[in-house]
Design a protein around this ligand. Structure first.
Ligand SMILES: [Zn+2]
Length: 246
């Protein structure tokens, strides 16, 4: 059914602000998902990069972006308190918990939803983070360090302003290391793009079609790449020249 003005869309004018407010009610047929940013899902684990990122997050009330991250079936649970705050919470499972906390990243503005897994008996607890990869670096910042983080499975960038963020990524074109396949090929292409632009262009997506240089692809696909490590821009340039990082 097509949209009908004054039936599906209600406009109210706010004289103090000088603009119209509206509420548009829609019922999408499938689950809500992002069509632009790539979703990222990881356990916090022992990664110092993920811990640094987590520590800067700002708690906020859940909004539509958090619902997209958590999924339709989990959406109501975004509003349930943690069992630590309310032992009677609907999220309580005995003395355990299955709650959600919602945040945003002050660097990128992207939403973050964290799922608390606290089993009965509270022997150990884990937090699983749901967020989106950004599409670019902050304006006027350039890459100084690229991080392969095998604890989380993420790839990080540190900029010349010391900003740490997830490596920008085009949806359905994620990165990987340690084998021959699409993920390592995309990472090799991204490294070449970063080197060509002297660390300036770290926007999501790489040039298509075309394969990356064999030297870069061979290293990214090798077991040597499959561990947590950092690369300066100079090391990335060396990789593109020689196929070696040191
Ligand atoms: Zn909890």
């Amino acid at each position: 059914m097509t949209y009908q003005h004054n039936n599906d869309l209600y406009l109210t004018y706010s004289p103090a602000r000088g603009y119209w407010n509206f509420v548009l009610y829609v019922e999408p047929s499938g689950p809500p998902v992002s069509a632009i940013n790539a979703g990222r899902l990881f356990w916090l684990s022992t990664s110092r990069y993920a811990t640094e990122w987590r520590d800067r997050l700002i708690a906020c009330t859940p909004n539509a972006l958090h619902v997209m991250l958590a999924g339709q079936s989990n959406a109501p649970e975004l509003w349930h308190p943690c069992v630590y705050d309310d032992p009677q919470s609907p999220a309580a499972i005995g003395d355990g918990c299955d709650c959600w906390k919602t945040f945003y990243d002050p660097v990128t503005g992207l939403p973050v939803a964290a799922n608390h897994e606290l089993p009965l008996g509270r022997a150990q607890e884990r937090w699983q983070y749901h967020t989106y990869a950004p599409l670019s670096l902050p304006e006027n910042e350039r890459l100084t360090v690229l991080v392969i983080d095998r604890e989380t499975g993420l790839f990080w960038v540190r900029t010349d302003h010391e900003t740490l963020q997830i490596l920008p990524e085009r949806q359905s074109n994620g990165y990987e290391v340690g084998y021959r396949g699409g993920g390592p090929t995309e990472l090799a292409r991204m490294i070449e793009k970063i080197v060509r632009s002297d660390g300036q262009d770290v926007s999501a997506g790489t040039p298509r079609p075309g394969m990356p240089d064999k030297k870069v692809l061979n290293w990214v696909s090798s077991a040597a790449a499959d561990r947590t490590q950092e690369f300066t821009l100079d090391q990335l340039k060396l990789l593109c020249r020689s196929g070696m990082v040191a």
